[in-house]
Design a protein around this ligand. Structure first.
Ligand code: COA
Length: 166
């Protein structure tokens, strides 16, 4: 387990980074099988994660890693896509951001989860070098505490994977 780092400007709540984006699927978002093009969704996920991370840190950030990207449900023309993102864990220079994506069929009102992804965003200085995340993260609700606990485990797993090159 990494040593606890003390952030210089104190802490922010999980809700400070909460970001929501809604889009209606257009022809240019489709792939050759008339479904949502996965690469387009990846761009939107990265965008939402970047906004959430900037909201938390208030400085420049960059994406260093994306895990658990799955496409569990298809999306079609005119469906509504909702993307929700928030910071779940803060380490020294990096933050974990969770991004949940849903598809909604307006005609039926049916809503399904497409994906939940975890992205690692790193704070960078004017030279593009990692710098400390200015704010720590405070969890208030039982759900936030559980997510934070799971995030620590994921961070340990990422470190182990990098150490062992897997
Ligand atoms: C992000 C970047 C500045 C990090 O630089 P670096 O020399 O690897 O820095 P470090 O090894 O000190 O890592 C910085 C932080 O990122 C984390 N990190 C690095 N690689 C990681 C990975 N593959 N997965 C998860 N976290 C990672 C480290 O754990 C560290 O976090 P911590 O300080 O909170 O413990 C550098 O890798 C970079 O510029 N990458 C390109 C990013 C980019 O351009 N993204 C846009 C899409 S291409």
């Amino acid at each position: 387990m990494a040593e606890q780092y003390v952030h210089p400007l104190g802490v922010k709540r999980v809700g400070s980074s909460y970001t929501i984006a809604t889009r209606m699927l257009r022809h240019e978002d489709m792939n050759g099988s008339d479904r949502l093009f996965g690469g387009r969704l990846m761009e939107w996920i990265d965008d939402a994660a970047g906004i959430a991370a900037r909201r938390h840190a208030g400085c420049s950030i960059t994406t260093v890693a994306v895990d658990t990207l799955e496409f569990k449900h298809p999306a079609f023309l005119n469906d509504i896509i909702t993307i929700e993102a928030w910071v779940t864990h803060v380490e020294r220079t990096s933050m974990e951001v969770r991004v949940d994506t849903y598809v909604e069929n307006c005609a039926t009102g049916e809503r399904n989860m497409i994906n939940h992804a975890y992205l690692t965003e790193v704070c960078i200085d004017e030279n593009g070098k990692p710098m400390p995340v200015p704010y720590g993260l405070v969890a208030r609700t039982t759900e936030e505490h559980a997510e934070c606990e799971a995030s620590r485990k994921r961070a340990d797993l990422r470190r182990m994977r990098r150490r062992e090159g897997i």
